[in-house]
Design a protein around this ligand. Structure first.
Ligand SMILES: CC(C)(COP(=O)(O)OP(=O)(O)OC[C@H]1O[C@@H](n2cnc3c(N)ncnc32)[C@H](O)[C@@H]1OP(=O)(O)O)[C@@H](O)C(=O)NCCC(=O)NCCS
Length: 172
């Protein structure tokens, strides 16, 4: 478990996702706007199926890392890194709408990049919709390569180009 602070002074906790977190994901999904759900899942989705919930929470934290962010004890974001092969891992991040634009996405990218480096993963892959301004702005902070194919944007970041999060010194 990691304690960190957002630029606005809000204290947050970043912790691994556990199988018993399923109700938190269901509640988070209900609070997420249609736009954010579509941006996260790339298609319109109004609820998570049992198998999706199992996939998203029953992770080995080795080839599939999933970390949740809590503020004031309430879950506000989740980020995951799924190994694709020896060198690459796909990242997906969801921040509740009220919490977007406050720096949580950047903290999660930095944290997941650190886990990727420890696992020998060299590149992070993000797949997004072309109209997703939030992820484009977030990833613009890193050295990246983007390509658009079949209506989806794939962005690749070298893990070595991502600075450790500010909390890294006191981590774990
Ligand atoms: C994309 C997302 C993960 C970014 O996380 P975040 O916590 O908002 O990111 P940060 O606060 O670190 O901000 C990163 C940048 O995105 C911008 N941003 C964040 N949300 C935004 C939004 N809804 N609209 C426009 N810009 C947005 C911020 O202003 C900031 O830009 P700046 O550096 O030019 O000021 C988050 O907006 C989100 O969960 N979106 C819905 C799901 C999604 O798109 N997931 C990505 C799939 S990989």
């Amino acid at each position: 478990m990691i304690h960190a602070q957002l630029a606005d002074g809000t204290d947050i906790v970043v912790r691994p996702v556990r199988p018993e977190d399923k109700p938190l994901l269901v509640a988070g999904m209900a609070r997420l706007s249609d736009r954010s759900r579509r941006q996260r899942f790339l298609v319109s989705t109004d609820h998570l199926t049992r198998s999706q919930l199992a996939y998203l929470t029953e992770v080995d934290q080795r080839d599939h890392h999933a970390w949740g962010v809590l503020a004031n004890g309430e879950p506000v974001a989740i980020g995951r890194l799924v190994r694709l092969d020896d060198d690459e891992g796909e990242v997906a991040i969801t921040v509740l709408d009220d919490w977007q634009g406050r720096g949580i996405g950047e903290i999660l990218v930095q944290h997941l990049a650190g886990l990727a480096r420890e696992a020998g993963i060299k590149r992070l892959i993000f797949v997004s919709l072309p109209e997703n301004v939030g992820i484009a702005r977030l990833l613009a902070r890193f050295e990246k390569i983007s390509k658009t194919e079949d209506g989806l944007v794939t962005t690749t970041i070298e893990t070595t180009s991502v600075a450790p999060p500010a909390f890294a010194a006191g981590v774990r």
